[in-house]
Design a protein around this ligand. Structure first.
Ligand SMILES: [Zn+2]
Length: 347
């Protein structure tokens, strides 16, 4: 499909729903520099352009691990609780400015406290406070997902599940497993996710991205994943595609991220259209937009340009994403009714 300025404007104005976005991956070089100046933090450079090369992928990364390396300096963006609250506010505000109306934002308590002395309770309080401020100022509803890093091991995983349970109903809607999938397969985390299910937490798991498609099956059957982050390697196994479709477990698709992590060789070979046409539930997402130098609107335009998604199909995907979202029913139902009405009237 040809992308012109009229379509760009339409996609920007379209009320949107995004489910797979990491808060830490939204810290831009500009925001990091601003925080470094305010809090006298040492960075490799104070030059904005040079800093970009430390925190942003240029072209294609060598793989998931190189992509994850870009997070090193981003860890400096959370020196105080005030800074945490500010980053959370800025991220939600910028999403609202891209007309994202319902957002699920995930973050790792381990990562965000690496360079600071705060407790996880203080951290969650600050993250939620920043988002609430954005919700009061802009037209956006935010649900948080507590991220569990595979490489941190079993104990922090259990701790993350427990704090997510403590804040469930206060803005936290679920848990996620992320990180180096090849080195730390999902079966290591069965106990932590059992506790998550016992506490009524929603579950999404990064699987079939940096590791094989069998991780998708383990994530669903043994961890209880209701959604899969990426999961694009499922196209290697037609039987598993049927299996996933039957179970109605949707995939959170992130186009640019998949190209940059070399999950797919290039954008045209991404299986998004094939998965969609096959009837597997999908949502479109940014993953780490600051690292990938993208926006949600841009990702939707890529889907239209490279995979011929029509505006009507994109509208359908926004409604589907809301149906797939982990927002509590009291927030989800009115948001769904309003989105349906607004999309029907959208020109
Ligand atoms: Zn992700």
């Amino acid at each position: 499909m040809q992308i012109d300025n009229h379509l760009k404007d339409q996609v920007h104005r379209l009320p949107k729903v995004e489910l797979h976005r990491h808060l830490e991956g939204c810290v831009s070089a500009e925001l990091l520099l601003e925080i470094a100046r305010d809090y006298q933090i040492k960075l490799p450079t104070r030059d904005l352009e040079e800093l970009r090369s430390h925190v942003q992928i240029r072209g294609q990364a060598a793989g998931l691990v190189e992509f994850l390396d870009k997070f090193f300096w981003i860890g400096m963006a959370f020196p105080t609780l005030e800074a945490v609250e500010y980053v959370s506010y800025c991220v939600c505000r910028d999403c609202a400015r891209d007309n994202i109306r319902v957002l699920e934002l995930r973050f790792s308590p381990v990562f965000m406290t690496l360079e600071s002395p705060h407790s996880w309770e203080e951290l969650l309080h600050a993250v939620l406070k920043g988002a609430r401020r954005a919700e009061n100022e802009f037209d956006i509803d935010v649900g948080f997902i507590v991220g569990i890093s595979r490489s941190n091991g079993i104990k922090p995983a259990l701790r993350a599940v427990n704090i997510a349970a403590d804040y469930s109903g206060l803005g936290v809607v679920g848990v996620d497993l992320f990180g180096d999938e090849a080195a730390f397969p999902p079966e290591l985390f069965v106990t932590a996710f059992q506790v998550a299910r016992e506490n009524g937490l929603n579950i999404t798991v990064h699987a079939g991205e940096g590791g094989g498609e069998t991780n998708i099956r383990v994530a669903v059957e043994e961890l209880g994943a209701q959604r899969i982050g990426h999961g694009v390697r499922i196209v290697n196994d037609p039987e598993m595609m049927d299996w996933l479709k039957e179970r109605g477990v949707p995939l959170e698709i992130c186009l640019t991220s998949n190209v940059q992590t070399r999950t797919v060789p290039d954008l045209p070979s991404h299986p998004v259209r094939r998965l969609y046409d096959y009837g597997i539930g999908i949502s479109l997402n940014t993953d780490d937009p600051a690292i990938s130098d993208t926006t949600f609107s841009r990702e939707l335009l890529l889907a239209m340009e490279y995979f011929d998604f029509s505006l009507e199909e994109i509208k359908g995907l926004m409604l589907a994403a809301l149906d797939q979202s982990f927002l509590e029913p009291y927030r989800k139902k009115p948001a769904r009714e309003r989105l349906e009405r607004d999309l029907a009237a959208f020109k």
